[in-house]
Design a binder for this molecule. Structure first.
Ligand code: ARG
Length: 474
């Protein structure tokens, strides 16, 4: 939190006055907020170093800092932890700094950097679900804040459109014999301009295919084979892919529009496919790739690693490219063509290993300089009241569109006169605020009832307060 840096100086000063010079004093947010706001463990560290009693050190610092007006209370607890409770005066100053400042306390950069924010991350053929909400909402906020600070932001949706899911979809379409023309290798004519499947077909085809692949090895092999053939440019599969791509993206854009989330780039994994091929050739020629069970990989292990760090899979043994490869090429594109100076990924915390490997491999391959700043903003899972990832009553994932509808309906019920647009605004505010109120990294419980309350910490309450203040003022 920003406020820590202000108080750090004061506490550092306290240690100085107590006779501890040139020490870097560290503060952390208290892990027991009911006891204090901020804590400091340096008395323990110094005591060990100097062979002194930690409680004595704590007490001597406490007696110096006690009278500082920013603290309501200073205490020495346990073996020698210093705990600080911040005073009302501190908070008032802090917030007037924010409210009286036309930049709300945010910095204004004098040297704008090009920052790519990768968020959203929807996938072809899969409708957006509750889990995608966090990336969209947090990512949009990160982008808007940086933009407000004056950075050159580029929001990219990074559409997941080039993996096995497409092979699964096409294999299922072939099996159902819905559109045989796309699978006829002897066909040389034009393909229909109308898609053979609709978005609601896809929403049913994908889960059914993915379920099938888990039980039926043969079907899975067909899907894998079609993924390779698609990536190798087989005409029919490519044409079918284009249809699925376009209708999926259109549906996804509609959901984002409802959420007021917008992207500068609607690019996807498929857009860097040629770049992937070129890069692989180049790396091969430079001897940067190792062979492992028929696949091409790069080891990213470092000596200091305390956990397992598997190698990065650049080209699979069946010749298809996967998640890592498209991400590598995307970084290459962003660095070379967009001149990105920083990349921020707002993606589920559960993918943190993927990003650790990715950030290492692009440095190792020389795609970006060693010091290039990458940030993975990992967010926690949205759970149901039972603490498990949210599922609908039927056991499926809750679609984002349905979620927005539920909130819209709940908001609508409370409006005195029916008003579609107002209901949407209140519903979306409930959803976004309910999400942003939680620290990004924590898991949280999706409780649609409490989100739409008109009192307490909710989006509708903020809207209500703003409207009220406006009406008092006028
Ligand atoms: N499509 C991915 C998923 O649903 C998220 C993509 C995140 N961005 C990235 N550059 N890998 O898991």
């Amino acid at each position: 939190m920003i406020y820590l840096s202000n108080i750090q100086k004061i506490v550092q000063n306290g240690f100085e006055k107590a006779g501890f010079h040139n020490e870097v004093i560290q503060l952390t947010e208290s892990n027991r907020p009911e006891l204090s706001d901020v804590q400091c463990n340096d008395a323990l560290r110094l005591a060990k170093q100097l062979g002194k009693n930690p409680r004595d050190i704590g007490e001597s610092v406490k007696s110096i800092l006690e009278n500082e007006s920013v603290f309501e209370k200073v205490s020495v607890d346990g073996p020698g932890f210093l705990n600080f409770t911040l005073s009302d005066k501190f908070w008032i100053q802090k917030f007037s700094h924010v409210t009286e400042n036309e930049r709300f306390g945010l910095y204004q950069t004098s040297a704008p950097q090009t920052v790519v924010v990768d968020y959203g991350g929807p996938n072809l053929a899969k409708p957006l679900h509750a889990g995608h909400l966090r990336s969209a909402v947090i990512g949009e906020s990160v982008k808007r804040i940086l933009k407000f600070a004056g950075e050159k932001t580029i929001g990219d949706v990074h559409f997941g459109d080039w993996g096995l899911q497409m092979g699964l979809v096409s294999a299922e379409i072939e099996r159902r014999d819905i559109a045989p023309i796309y699978f006829d290798k002897n066909y040389e004519g034009k393909y229909p301009s109308e898609s053979p499947v609709s978005m609601s077909d896809l929403a049913e085809i994908y889960p059914s295919a993915s379920g099938c692949a888990k039980e039926d090895d043969n079907f899975k092999k067909v899907a894998q084979d079609q993924t390779v053939r698609l990536q190798n440019g087989e005409r029919g599969l490519r044409a079918l892919w284009q249809h699925c791509h376009d209708i999926s993206l259109e549906a996804i854009k509609e959901s984002y529009r409802l959420l007021e989330v917008d992207f500068d780039l609607w690019m996807g994994e498929a857009d860097v496919h040629d770049r992937v091929r070129d890069l692989i050739q180049e790396f091969k020629a430079d001897g940067k790739l190792e062979e492992s069970e028929g696949a091409l990989v790069v080891s990213v292990k470092e000596e200091s690693d305390k956990k397992e760090m598997p190698p990065v899979l650049v080209l699979k043994s069946n010749g298809s490219v996967g998640y890592h490869a498209t991400d590598i090429a995307t970084i290459d594109y962003r660095f070379k063509e967009l001149h990105a100076e920083k990349m921020i990924y707002v993606v589920d915390q559960r993918q943190s290993l993927h990003f650790e490997q990715l950030f290492r491999v692009v440095k190792k391959l020389g795609i970006v300089p060693q010091k290039f700043p990458f940030i993975h903003v990992g967010y926690g899972t949205m759970n149901a009241k039972d603490g498990k990832p949210f599922k609908t009553r039927a056991g499926g994932v809750l679609r984002l569109e349905d979620m927005i509808q539920i909130l819209k309906d709940a908001a609508g019920e409370r409006l005195r006169e029916p008003n579609e647009n107002l209901a949407r605004q209140v519903g979306v505010a409930a959803l976004k605020f309910g999400d942003l109120m939680n620290p990004p990294r924590s898991d949280y419980v999706l409780d649609l009832d409490s989100f739409t309350q008109f009192e307490g910490k909710t989006g509708p309450y903020i809207q209500y307060t703003a409207v009220r203040i406006q009406s008092i003022l006028s």
